[in-house]
Write a protein that binds this ligand. Structure first.
Ligand code: SF4
Length: 225
């Protein structure tokens, strides 16, 4: 069990990063004459494509009423539009207009300073960071604190540690190719949620290998079917 003070220091680190990202987002939104909520909605529409109001509200972490107001403003600015949902004729989906797409193509998704700081990590640090972030996000997801994310570790196509190659031990069945822990995705457009029992089994398999202790070969070396 970790010391509470140590855990608080890690939480303080996440908090600082959150403040930094939020302030950058506010400044970017201001430059475009938008609010941070509106730019978040546009960002999710860019990454995930057309979506319902309720889904967007959950992704941004706001109420449906707040999302509806933000979307009305974005509609007036001709950045988004409503259209029929092909999965349900009575429902509507929100999508970016051509103007919205142009605006978002000019927005850098992540601050350059953050990208530079992460690029300065060595491969082992990156591997550990990917693993830690996946674990923290999954824990938050399992307690219902955040919406399900489109991560490798919950994806039906993810096969952890099935290759003996220490650099690329995992396999993505969607693209049928091996990949390394530094390429684990936290928001993948091709993600399909795995059945819960399969997800748990593969996650345990993933956790069984400690990146600092082993080159990447799974201790059991067993193929999983
Ligand atoms: S489809 Fe995407 S989320 Fe799924 S295993 Fe492949 S890279 Fe990961």
């Amino acid at each position: 069990m970790q010391d509470t003070g140590d855990i608080e220091q890690v939480a303080a680190g996440f908090f600082q990063l959150g403040l930094y990202l939020r302030s950058k987002q506010w400044r970017n939104a201001e430059k475009s004459g938008l609010t941070s909520t509106q730019i978040s909605i546009l960002g999710f529409l860019k990454r995930r494509g057309p979506n319902r109001v309720m889904a967007l509200a959950k992704l941004v972490g706001i109420t449906e009423a707040t999302a509806s107001r933000a979307i009305s403003t974005l509609e007036r600015k001709r950045l988004v539009e409503k259209g029929a949902d092909p999965d349900d004729g009575r429902a509507t989906r929100i999508s970016l207009t051509a103007t919205g797409i142009r605006l978002m193509s000019r927005q850098s998704e992540f601050p350059e300073a953050l990208m530079a700081a992460l690029a300065g990590l060595d491969p082992i640090e990156s591997t550990v960071l990917h693993r830690v972030l996946s674990k923290v996000i999954l824990n938050l997801q399992e307690t219902g604190a955040i919406e399900p994310q489109r991560m490798c570790c919950t994806c039906r196509f993810f096969r952890p540690y099935v290759h003996s190659d220490a650099v690329r031990p995992h396999h993505c069945e969607f693209v049928d190719a091996p990949f390394g822990s530094v390429s684990l995705r936290l928001d993948c457009g091709d993600h399909i949620q795995a059945d819960e029992s399969v997800r748990k089994q593969r996650w345990q398999r993933f956790l069984a290998v400690k990146p600092l202790e082993r080159g990447g070969t799974h201790p059991e070396e067993a193929s999983e079917n």
